[in-house]
Design a protein around this ligand. Structure first.
Ligand code: 13P
Length: 256
């Protein structure tokens, strides 16, 4: 079986001052200690990227942005291109987060354009999907996830090629910031469904290599049980990634 390197990713959303972000980065960097087989990533606000990049220094932390525009440049007031993110030091970009989808009207069609632009530039996309409580309660979880996958990766499907570096994140909307985590079984069921979708849409080899992160109220107390599931390859963490005291233990989840 292919060994996928686990990833613990912190999505800081619209939080922290530059100073706080730098201090947290330093705390996470030193907190990694001798854990060499877990990838660690932080996604600060745009204005903090350059300072966080400097604070990462020699530590093994990947830098991501939380969004980008699909065009390379032009008259798009208030937007940031993938190339600009790379210049700020990003290697990854979160795309299609449910907050972008629900609060800013971002559709899977738009996400697809962003995924295409990111891949063209060599930025690794972390593509988020997830159902709302209403969709889950009306038994539409798999239908909704399939539609989000199909459309958000339409370009990969057209090319019949999904880069194996692509990262997917399953974030049930009802579990984000609510304190309600999906049970490991609930999360695993959807992760399995997503992996099967990759296998059917691309190949079993791609499906074996692509990492699928879980996000939604992940904390030091529940991370180990989630990470024990075979198709959960990491965590995309909001609230608990804002403090070193909770972020660092996530990286050491095996000792929890
Ligand atoms: P919480 O961990 O705060 O629930 O947020 C999850 C999330 O949205 C990460 O992208």
């Amino acid at each position: 079986m292919f060994e996928r390197t686990p990833m613990i990713a912190g999505n800081w959303k619209m939080n922290l001052s530059v100073e706080e972000a730098v201090a947290l980065t330093e705390a996470v960097g030193s907190g990694i200690g001798n854990v060499s087989d877990v990838e660690v990533l932080v996604a600060p606000p745009f204005t903090h990227l350059a300072a966080v990049k400097r604070a990462i220094d020699e530590s093994r932390i990947f830098l991501a942005a939380q969004n980008m525009h699909s065009e390379m440049s032009g008259a798009y007031t208030g937007e940031i291109s993938g190339r600009m993110l790379q210049q700020a030091g990003c290697t990854h970009v979160i795309l299609g987060h449910s907050e972008r989808r629900t609060l800013f009207g971002e559709t899977s069609e738009v996400v697809n354009l962003k995924v295409r632009a990111a891949s063209f530039l060599g930025l690794i996309p972390i593509i988020c999907v997830g159902e709302t409580l209403e969709e889950r309660e009306s038994d539409r979880t798999f239908e909704v996830i399939k539609e989000q996958l199909d459309v958000s990766m339409d370009n990969f499907r057209a090319d019949q090629m999904m880069p194996t570096t692509t990262i997917l994140a399953y974030e049930p909307v009802w579990a984000i910031g609510t304190g309600k985590t999906a049970t490991p079984e609930q999360a695993e069921e959807v992760h399995q469904f997503i992996r099967l979708w990759i296998e059917k849409t691309f190949t079993s080899g791609v499906a074996a290599q692509v990492r699928i992160l879980y996000g939604g109220s992940v904390k030091p107390e529940n991370v180990k049980a989630l990470m024990t599931e075979p198709d959960i390859d990491g965590a995309l963490v909001g609230g608990a990634s804002l403090k070193g005291d909770s972020f660092v233990p996530l990286i050491h989840y095996r000792e929890a």
